[in-house]
Structure formats: C-alpha cells, structure tokens
Ligand binder design. Structure first.
Ligand SMILES: [Zn+2]
Ligand SMILES: [Zn+2]
Length: 271
C-alpha cells in the first residue's frame, strides 16, 4: 500500500489545533494560579512528578529507549517508563516517537517538524499549535513507528495519553487538595514544556532536561544511550540508565566515545 509522504515544517502546516491551544491556555492559567497557593508539600510533589515525567518518561523512556533503542529493558520497565512519559503532556508514545524520528531524518532541513530554522517560536510552540495534521493522521505516523504500532499497550496509550494526568490529578486532589493539583499537574507540566528541544549543546537545557541538552553529541550519535560524552557534560538520564543496568533491568547499552566517528558500541561496563 502506498502512503502519501507527510510533509512537515512551517509552510506545510495550516490551521490552528484548537484542542491543543485551549488546553495549553488552561494549563498556563493553572500554573499561574499555583503561584497564589504556595504549599511546600505540593511543590515537592511537583518536583517528584517533574523528575518522573522528564527523566524516566521523556529522557530515558520516549527518547533513548523507544525512539532510538539505545538499550534494552524488560517489557514491564518499558511500559512503566512510557506511562511516565505521558505525564509530560507531550503526546502519546507513537506520536512523540514519529515526530522525533522525522526530526532526526530531516535534521534542521525542510520537513523537520520543529526546526529552529523556522524561528525559535515555531521550534518551541508553533509546530504544536499549527501542526493540525500531526495528531490525527495516525496511519501516516505509523509508518515511522511500525515497532510500537504493533504493540497494543502503546497503541492504546497513544490514544489515551492524557488519562495518566487525569488519574494522577485525582489522586493529588484526594490526598492534598487543590494546591497539589495546581502544582503537581498544571505548574509542573507547563514548566516541563518550557524546556524542550534546542539545536546546540547547551548546559542549562541539559540541566533542566536531565541531560537532553547535549544535542550536538546526540545528533552525531543518535543511538547512544549516553548523550553527555565528556566528564563535565552532566547527563542524569544516562545515570538513570546505568542505575537500571546495575539493577539488571537494562542491557545491550549503546555508548558513543567522545571524538569517535564510529557508531556507538555495546558497552556493558563503562564507568
Ligand atoms: Zn534534535
Ligand atoms: Zn533523538
């Protein structure tokens, strides 16, 4: 079956995705409201959820495991990391992985869904609001993610990815009340969305994304589970993957060497 080739990038997207736009506006209102309900417990819950979503979910899960298969895990670990990933409110696993694989394929050329060449605003937010075709065309995205599209868990979670935040929000409401929901859901997700992709190695992006900011390294060695290659390039996601390996929950970990042009190698005992 021949599929039309999806073309991404600013000039091919048209029309506002209103559901996304309204949801985003609502989350920003909730984030501001949180500032008027300062509560230490609620802020601590927000930090824990931010780590779960950003580090376990996006960095270790969606990106280094699902998109690039930089290491292997038991299926239940993959599912757990994926559930954490949905908490970041960056879409379900099939959507996220498809967009990210296209980003690597096109890498800052025309057709890259969120290249900074189309403007910082576009790279950061515009592509989400105006990328009307992206969420709907599951059949097109599937072509880039045949692996996950065969797995019922990922298919169902891709459809219902926002449910995890609803579930966690209800738990927070019952346990801590409204301030916990404002901080743990609204402020935390809005904050997380502020620190997405960038186009160079950037230490503060790396810090705020648990190591995802070593972008040049990553594009040079996409399948390497380790992005911070120099000793001073802090990469918490890599520390997390090493911790999984120490627990026997990760193996076949691919690691690039600094300055090496060759493909990342399997490394079982790197320091
Ligand atoms: Zn990139
Ligand atoms: Zn990547």
């Amino acid at each position: 079956m021949v599929m039309p080739t999806p073309i991404f990038g600013r000039k091919y997207q048209h029309g506002v995705n209103w559901i996304t736009a309204i949801a985003m506006a609502g989350f920003h209102v909730g984030a501001v409201a949180a500032l008027f309900h300062v509560d230490v417990g609620a802020m601590l819950a927000a930090v824990l959820l931010w780590v779960a979503a950003g580090m376990f979910g996006i960095g270790m899960g969606y990106h280094r495991l699902l998109t690039h298969r930089g290491y292997k895990t038991p299926r239940w670990v993959e599912y757990f990391l994926t559930l954490c990933g949905t908490l970041a409110l960056e879409g379900g696993p099939i959507f996220w992985v498809a967009i990210h694989r296209i980003h690597h394929q096109k890498s800052d050329q025309e057709g890259d869904p969120h290249t900074p060449r189309e403007g910082t605003w576009w790279a950061h937010m515009g592509w989400i609001f105006f990328g009307e075709g992206l969420h709907q065309e599951a059949a097109l995205l599937k072509r880039y993610v045949p692996d996950l599209s065969r797995d019922r868990f990922h298919v169902i979670l891709s459809r219902w990815h926002w449910m995890t935040n609803v579930a966690v929000g209800l738990v927070l409401l019952v346990l801590g009340g409204v301030p916990y929901v404002l901080w743990g859901i609204f402020f935390r997700t809005t904050w997380g969305l502020k620190t997405r992709d960038d186009s160079t190695n950037n230490w503060w992006v790396a810090l705020l994304t648990f190591g995802e900011g070593w972008h040049n390294n990553h594009h040079a060695h996409p399948t390497s589970a380790r992005h911070g290659l120099a000793w001073y390039e802090l990469d918490l996601n890599w520390i997390g993957i090493r911790a999984l390996r120490a627990l026997g929950l990760a193996w076949d970990v691919k690691v690039a060497r600094i300055g090496s042009a060759t493909a990342p190698e399997i490394d079982e005992a790197v320091a």
